[in-house]
Design a protein around this ligand. Structure first.
Ligand code: NAD
Ligand SMILES: O=C(O)C1=N[C@H](C(=O)O)CCC1
Length: 252
């Protein structure tokens, strides 16, 4: 039985992940962490100051973190000092925070870190990479849309799209929105929509002369992310002590 603790347990993703863990044979939810204590599906949710106590008493195999960047860094440190494997879905990390995370994880515990755990987005990223290789002389625009409560922008998924485009097209200037006189050069336009309960839409437009090609993904329920994160949690236990991607989990 793989034992799971969820950080961000009472959030949109945490509660969705908890339900899927609870429904999954071979997985057991043994606790949670959030800024308010409580219970979740019969398990204790403790405040962040008690995370070491929780990890040492419940001895989970995997900590799943869907919180906020500053918190996730501390939760990751707690998992590494207690020898607990990680699945991290939190986005919005600064480059400095990524360096701290890598220093804590590599050689200490196995971790899966992904800005998007949807199987479809991981395939969408590969389609974007293939398209970029063939459409290098097209103008490229990236658009993402999420619910009104999302704190970080652009989305982590969109930032991964930009990383892929940089790898395939060479590093181009990014222009985040446009207004006033705005002559297009060879930049990549990045556009962010926030509103309603949009779960997560991403699009990459390749605009040429007389035609456009658009590669896009739309999520209809955050269960798609939660199912991927739970799949990663079942996979990560016992793997090499370094940072793995969701593409590693999927073997694609
Ligand atoms: N990788 C993916 O597939 C994916 C999918 C969806 C969301 N996300 C990311 O996951 C994160 C959470 O998204 P959400 O919609 O669930 O947000 P949310 O605000 O609903 O949930 C976050 C939870 O974390 C809790 N929290 C804050 N500080 C904490 C701490 N120190 N310790 C423990 N818990 C703490 C909050 O109280 C809240 O309950 C965001 O960064 C989002 O971008 C990633
Ligand atoms: O709802 C969110 O917040 C999401 N965040 C991730 C991101 O920032 O890319 C994944 C999509 C949903």
């Amino acid at each position: 039985m793989t034992k799971i603790v969820i950080a961000g347990a009472l959030g949109r993703m945490g509660t969705t992940i908890a339900r899927i863990v609870d429904e999954s044979p071979g997985l057991e939810l043994v606790g949670g962490v959030d800024i308010k204590e409580g219970t979740l599906l019969g398990t204790d949710v403790v405040t962040p100051d008690r995370i070491d106590e929780l990890l040492q008493s419940r001895r989970p195999d995997v900590l799943i973190d869907f919180t906020v960047a500053d918190a996730a860094v501390e939760n990751i440190k707690a998992a590494t000092r207690n020898g607990v494997a990680l699945v991290v879905g939190t986005t919005g990390f600064s480059p400095e925070q990524r360096a701290v995370i890598e220093e804590a994880v590599v050689g200490t515990v196995p971790a899966v870190i992904s800005s998007n755990y949807s199987v479809g987005v991981n395939i969408f990223w590969q389609l974007v990479r293939q398209a970029a290789r063939m459409l290098a002389d097209y103008d490229v625009e990236v658009t993402e849309a999420h619910h009104r409560y999302k704190k970080d922008a652009p989305s982590g998924t969109a930032k991964t799209i930009l990383e892929i485009l940089d790898q395939e097209l060479g590093s181009r200037e990014k222009v985040y929105g446009r207004e006033g006189m705005s002559e297009r050069k060879d930049e990549i336009g990045v556009h962010v929509i926030r509103g309603g309960d949009i779960v997560g839409d991403h699009s990459v437009l390749f605009a040429g002369n007389y035609e456009c090609i658009e590669v896009s993904h739309r999520a209809y329920d955050r269960a798609v992310f939660a199912e991927g994160a739970v799949r990663a949690a079942a996979w990560v236990h016992g793997k090499e002590k370094r940072i793995h991607s969701m593409q590693d989990v999927l073997g694609i």
